[in-house]
Design a protein around this ligand. Structure first.
Ligand SMILES: NC(=O)c1ccc[n+]([C@@H]2O[C@H](COP(=O)([O-])OP(=O)(O)OC[C@H]3O[C@@H](n4cnc5c(N)ncnc54)[C@H](O)[C@@H]3O)[C@@H](O)[C@H]2O)c1
Length: 456
């Protein structure tokens, strides 16, 4: 049932254009693939459940540093799955072709690179990285080992996201000049201030920390709550703006990003978290602005999570659907405020207009289903593992998103607006910011990084 890419190219195009990928095996849909999972937490559990619905794959391993979770993961993955306390043993398993990385952010880049070097294709959760340079390293290592990498921005696999994208790119709401994104909730007063202490016996805290700085165990630094600490995460900007910006990149492109400014702080939460509970980030792009607002301590109106504003109307988009709002087609002069009596002599005069006209038609689509998005995204990954084609959420795009998110956090932490130069991959004239584009890995993971041969 297998063939070679060379034959595949011959058959499909009649011509052979050899590339680095030419020597990869192209597998048919009937070839069984072995899949392993690194991290069985909130999203790892979701992934195991999703991959179990897919035919012609075997779930062969779960690597997890928490024993209780590892046992739960093996039970969920089924009879072929082997548990590993150390993910490197999972990577030694020859029958595993592909791994799903669902660990905290500070592990994503390194585990992806080590998996690629071990010959595995990778589905890695967003956010792609903890700092900017990691994304460049990931691209180098994936290319060197000719690996497929899918990033866990599953919204791209939603059918209604495709329809919304086509509408916007087809000009339905006119020229987009502004994008608004928000992630809001009220978790006051926060998650407490538990004392540092010894890790639970069933947790390998040292391996959980991995490349991150050595610290005493604190429950808020670990399962799920790691998101609020700079050592492991970039807070809600990398956690959630990453999803929104991913869609912005997919529809409009983030390669025109020129500068970012962000303000905020941990203003109200009363716990030991570090990242902001309130943050606004403003991105200057080609001919549009994008704004991300994040609130952890006031809900407000949560419905509009991603909004595109165009010259004919707007489109709001979420995992459950989208809506197009046509702007009223009213002559400009009629929109000038007339207060009550209107303008005196010489002032603007309103023009004749037909009531009820809009600049574009309104439309509603409520078909979104986030579970279907996870399933379609996993299917896309596995199809690309077989065909060696580029998945729908490739590294290059996730890196653009990652740069935007990290720059926002650096702007917040440095207290100034930051530019970005795509050619030099650096912040112009800002040595402090450029130093913060990279961090050191804790031993022995710094050595592991060196064995990967990345250009640091
Ligand atoms: N795409 C999405 O919709 C989505 C949703 C939730 C989370 N996420 C992302 O997934 C990642 C994990 O988030 P979560 O909420 O599942 O966190 P979590 O803390 O619930 O799960 C992470 C798991 O990884 C394990 N782990 C840590 N280091 C490990 C190692 N070296 N080897 C093996 N296992 C290790 C932890 O013990 C934990 O069980 C985050 O980066 C998050 O942003 C994505």
């Amino acid at each position: 049932m297998t063939t070679h890419r060379r034959d595949f190219l011959k058959a499909s195009t009649g011509a052979v254009t050899l590339s680095a990928l030419s020597y990869e095996r192209v597998l048919s849909a009937n070839d069984r693939l072995g899949v392993g999972f690194i991290g069985y937490g909130l999203i790892g559990k979701r992934h195991v459940a999703t991959f179990r619905q897919i035919a012609n794959i075997d779930l062969l391993g779960v690597a997890e540093v928490h024993r209780g979770r590892r046992e739960e993961g093996i039970a969920a993955a089924g009879k072929h799955a082997v548990g590993h306390a150390d993910f490197r043993r999972l990577l030694d398993t020859k029958s595993i072709h592909a791994v799903v990385v669902g660990t905290p952010d500070h592990w994503h880049a390194l585990q992806t690179m080590l998996s690629c070097a071990a010959g595995k294709d990778v589905y890695v959760e967003k956010p792609l990285t903890l700092f900017v340079r990691e994304g460049e390293w990931m691209m180098q290592v994936a290319a060197k080992h000719r690996r497929i990498v899918q990033v866990g921005t599953q919204q791209r696999s939603g059918a209604h996201y495709h329809r919304a994208r086509e509408l916007i790119r087809g000009g339905r709401i006119g020229r987009v000049t502004s994008v608004r994104m928000q992630s809001v909730r009220n978790v006051m007063p926060g998650f407490g201030r538990p004392a540092d202490g010894d890790p639970p016996k069933e947790l390998d805290w040292n391996l959980w920390l991995g490349p991150a700085p050595q610290r005493r165990y604190n429950p808020n630094r670990c399962l799920y709550h790691f998101r609020w600490f700079w050592d492991y995460s970039g807070g809600q900007v990398t956690n959630l703006a990453a999803h929104h910006l991913d869609i912005v990149d997919w529809i409009l492109g983030l390669d025109s990003l020129r500068s970012v400014v962000s303000i905020g702080g941990r203003f109200a939460l009363e716990d030991n978290g570090e990242t902001p509970d309130t943050q606004d980030c403003l991105f200057a792009l080609g001919r549009f602005n994008a704004l991300f607002t994040m609130r952890e301590c006031s809900l407000g109106n949560p419905s509009a999570s991603l909004e595109f504003y165009g010259t004919r109307g707007s489109l709001t988009l979420s995992r459950s659907g989208f809506r197009v709002y046509g702007d009223p087609d009213v002559p400009p002069a009629n929109q000038i405020p007339g207060v009550r009596e209107g303008h005196p002599a010489g002032g603007p005069r309103s023009a004749p207009a037909r009531a009820g006209q809009t600049r574009t038609e309104s439309q509603e689509d409520n078909s979104g289903d986030s579970h279907a998005q996870y399933l379609a995204h996993a299917r896309n990954f596995l199809a690309c593992v077989r065909s060696r084609e580029t998945p729908i959420s490739p590294l290059e795009s996730a890196q653009r998103v990652s740069i935007a998110c990290h720059l926002a956090n650096l702007s917040l932490r440095l207290g100034r607006q930051l530019g970005w130069d795509w050619k030099t991959k650096s912040v112009p004239h800002d040595a402090d910011a450029n130093r913060m584009l990279v961090r050191s890995y804790r031993a022995p993971w710094d050595r592991e990084l060196r064995t990967l041969g990345v250009k640091e």
